[in-house]
Design a protein around this ligand. Structure first.
Ligand code: NAP
Length: 254
């Protein structure tokens, strides 16, 4: 089967490698191209946008894709919406692979907010030392709160908005260990962590570290997405693909 996997997450890369390793599927893993030096797994990959829903539909047709797996990050809402619209338009099987969101545990001090702008407001008027391990895309939301000292973590370095002059940027790529997160937060005397509720294992260490240090986490909820058949694990995605494969083989009379 020809499968396009919309990637940019660890799960997407693991799924692509499993499927390619099995040898019975023709897998293509797609990246947006946001980072300067992406870690491309040893499977066929492509990089860059498709050109909206119409571009995606064209791409799917040109490549004769038979199943689409949206394994993008839960905050990559535009890509997920495009995937649903394109799959509907051409009646293509679509699966969303998405980890469940993190749930608040005993010891967590969370303030849950709907988006990054609300997170910036929730920091309050008093200057704080804030850890922003949220990448670069949404940093401009914090321009409304320039009174705080920010420690930003992103994969690549970048110029922060000019309004934010009390900023330090650390570049790093996950997965992160709890001990390292504890050290980083202690050394920077962090008082508040802002986090997207990605639910990913690779970035959960900051939540554990904040719990241990008794630090407030402002947890940004996931954006709403259109309905799609969804699984939480790579194993479940592989099962879905095998079922699609069987259905297609029956249709072809194989
Ligand atoms: P987005 O806002 O949902 O997507 C914006 C546009 O980027 C899409 O319309 C599409 O362009 C292109 N695009 C996004 N993902 C793509 C993919 N996997 N392959 C090809 N084109 C893609 O996405 P985003 O939030 O900027 O995230 C971009 C990528 O980074 C995603 O692959 C995501 O999995 C990964 N990522 C995002 C976050 C996050 O917090 N947002 C965190 C970790 C990883 P066209 O309309 O031209 O097709």
């Amino acid at each position: 089967m020809k499968i396009l996997i919309l990637g940019g997450t660890t799960q997407a890369s693991i799924l692509a490698q499993h499927l390619a390793g099995e040898g019975c599927h023709d897998v293509l893993l797609s990246f947006a191209g946001r980072t300067a030096n992406p870690v491309l797994p040893p499977v066929p990959c492509r990089v860059g946008g498709f050109g909206g829903v119409d571009g995606l539909i064209r791409f799917l047709g040109d490549k004769r894709i038979e199943a689409l797996v949206d394994a993008t990050h839960p905050f990559a809402a535009q890509m997920s919406r495009n995937a649903v619209d394109a799959a509907r338009a051409i009646n293509l099987p679509l699966l969303r692979l998405q980890r469940p969101a993190w749930e608040k545990c005993e010891g967590d001090i969370w303030s849950e907010v709907p988006d990054m702008r609300a997170a910036a407001h929730a920091l309050g008027p008093v200057p704080r030392r804030v850890f922003l391990p949220i990448g670069k895309l949404e940093i401009s939301a914090f321009s409304i709160a320039p009174q705080h000292d920010y420690l930003i973590r992103a994969v690549d370095s970048f110029a922060p908005p000019p309004e934010l002059d009390r900023v330090r940027i650390v570049t790093a790529r996950g997965p992160f260990a709890v001990e390292d997160e504890l050290r980083l937060m202690k050394d920077a005397r962090i008082e508040i962590v802002v986090s997207k509720n990605s639910g990913a294992g690779a970035t959960a260490a900051k939540i554990v570290a904040a719990r241990r240090l008794g630090i407030l986490v402002i947890m940004v909820a996931r954006p709403a997405l259109p309905e799609a058949q969804t699984v939480a694990t790579v194993e479940a995605a592989r099962d879905w693909i095998e079922n699609q494969h069987t259905d297609i083989s029956v249709l072809r009379g194989e």
